[in-house]
Write a protein that binds this ligand. Structure first.
Ligand SMILES: [Zn+2]
Ligand SMILES: [Zn+2]
Length: 127
């Protein structure tokens, strides 16, 4: 029955054509999904980066609020008994030091404070 065969062949042809069309549509959808996912991932990464940067900034701010010794990076405490642990501020820059970390180490705090202390970094800069 040639008619039946040709009908069968026609059906297969249509089926194949529709299948190919569907495949293209599926692939297109897949690509769209991939792009959407990539965009989502990028947005997530960006958000994470912004959060991390904010956390870092906050940490640095907190660090700045503490006065640190420019030499040993330890926190400077204003009410200490020992002279060599007291803070001495440079008169040439905004840096602060433990007295024991300066060239004035061993002198009495009051003497150094009166003398208008200038740190070794400022002295080196002048050279
Ligand atoms: Zn120090
Ligand atoms: Zn200085």
């Amino acid at each position: 029955m040639p008619l039946a065969i040709s009908y069968e062949a026609w059906r297969n042809y249509i089926k194949a054509k529709e299948g190919a069309k569907q495949k293209i549509l599926d692939e297109r959808q897949q690509r769209k999904n991939q792009i959407a996912k990539r965009k989502e991932d990028q947005a997530k990464k960006k958000l994470e980066m912004v959060k991390r940067r904010e956390a870092f900034r906050e940490k640095r701010k907190q660090k700045k609020n503490k006065i640190q010794c420019a030499e040993c990076q330890d926190e400077l405490i204003s009410d200490v008994e020992e002279d060599d642990l007291k803070n001495i501020g440079c008169n040439g820059c905004p840096r602060w030091y433990h007295l024991k970390r300066t060239t004035e180490c061993g002198k009495s705090y009051v003497d150094v404070a009166i003398e208008k202390y200038v740190c070794h970094l400022c002295i080196n800069e002048k050279d």
